[in-house]
Design a protein around this ligand. Structure first.
Ligand SMILES: [Mg+2]
Length: 275
C-alpha cells in the first residue's frame, strides 16, 4: 500500500510539474522557444510555478475518489463543476484556462460524443483511475463526463493501461512495440522509430497521447522526458501533463528536480486531494 501511495504521489506531482512547465509557452510553435526549467508569465501571464486546468481537473478527480472511496461519475462531475464555477483545485481559486468542450459539457451537464470533440480534455485528467480498479467501461464513463467519443475514450483506456504497466514495473516499450491497434492508434507500435518531426503535439487527443509516449520512449530521466514533451510545442501544458504523469510513475517522485518542486505552487492543494 505504501508503494502505491508513493507512486500516486509521483504520478500527480509529475503531472503537475509537466503541466506547469508548459503553461508559459502554450500554443507556441516548436523551435520558437526552449523551456529548460520553471518560468513565469508568457501565454497565460501566470507567475512561475502555476499549473493549469490539467492539474486542477486531475486533482478534482482524485478528491472525488478520496471522498467517495470509489469511482462515482456524478461525484467527479460535481468536483469538476466546483473547479470551473468556484475555483476549487485552482491556485488562488483562479481558473485561467478551460477547454471549450469541457466548459460546455460542464455547463450543460453532459458530455459531447461527436468526432469534433476529440480534444485532449479527458486524457489530461484521467490518470488517477490507473490507481483504482476502474475497468474499461468505468474509464469510458469518466471520460464521457466531457468527452464521450470513441477516440477520446479509447485514448484514455490506452493511457491508463500504459500507466498500470509502469506501476507494475513492466517494460512499456516492449508492450507498445507489440501492440496492434487500429487507426487512429496504429502508430503507437512505431513510436520508437519515429523522428521528432513526425510527432504532432496538438490538442487532438491522439496527437497528445503519441507525443507523451514518444517522449517516454526517447528519454532516460524525468526531467529529460517532460522537457522533451513541452518543447514539442503547441499544446505544451497538456502534453507536459500527460507525459509528466507517466514520467512520475516511471522515475518516481525523487527523480523530479527539487528546484522545480520548490517552485511549484499549490502543493497544499495537491496534498489535500491524494487518496
Ligand atoms: Mg491547461
Amino acid at each position: 500500500m505504501e508503494k502505491r501511495n508513493d507512486q500516486l504521489r509521483g504520478a500527480i506531482y509529475g503531472l503537475a510539474v509537466g503541466d506547469t512547465l508548459g503553461v508559459p509557452v502554450e500554443f507556441m510553435e516548436r523551435g520558437t522557444f526552449r523551456i529548460e526549467g520553471m518560468q513565469g508569465y508568457g501565454t497565460h501571464r501566470q507567475p512561475e510555478g502555476t499549473w493549469s486546468d490539467d492539474t486542477s481537473m486531475t486533482l478534482a478527480t482524485c478528491d472525488a475518489i478520496r471522498q467517495t472511496g470509489e469511482i462515482d461519475v456524478e461525484a467527479i462531475r460535481s468536483a469538476f463543476c466546483n473547479w470551473l464555477f468556484h475555483g476549487s483545485y485552482a491556485i488562488n481559486q483562479v481558473v485561467f484556462d478551460c477547454g471549450n468542450t469541457t466548459g460546455q459539457a460542464l455547463v450543460r451537464g453532459y458530455g459531447f460524443a461527436d468526432f469534433k470533440a476529440n480534444g485532449n480534455g479527458s486524457l489530461m485528467r484521467i490518470l488517477p483511475l490507473a490507481f483504482t480498479e476502474a475497468d474499461a467501461e468505468t474509464i469510458a464513463a469518466v471520460s464521457a463526463i466531457t468527452h464521450g467519443h470513441a477516440i477520446s475514450v479509447c485514448a484514455c483506456q490506452i493511457y491508463i493501461e500504459c500507466a498500470r504497466t509502469l506501476i507494475t514495473g513492466k517494460d512499456l516499450a516492449a508492450i507498445l512495440r507489440n501492440r496492434n491497434e487500429a487507426a487512429p492508434f496504429h502508430r503507437l507500435s512505431q513510436l520508437e522509430e519515429l523522428e521528432e518531426s513526425e510527432i504532432r503535439s496538438s490538442g487532438y487527443v491522439v496527437d497528445t497521447l503519441e507525443a507523451a509516449l514518444w517522449s517516454l520512449l526517447h528519454s532516460h530521466s524525468y526531467a529529460e522526458m517532460v522537457l522533451r514533451a513541452v518543447n514539442l510545442g503547441n499544446d505544451t501544458d497538456t502534453v507536459g501533463a500527460v507525459a509528466g504523469g507517466l514520467a512520475g510513475i516511471l522515475y518516481g517522485m525523487e527523480a523530479i528536480p527539487a528546484a522545480w518542486l520548490e517552485t511549484l505552487r499549490g502543493k497544499d492543494i495537491i496534498e489535500d486531494c491524494l487518496f
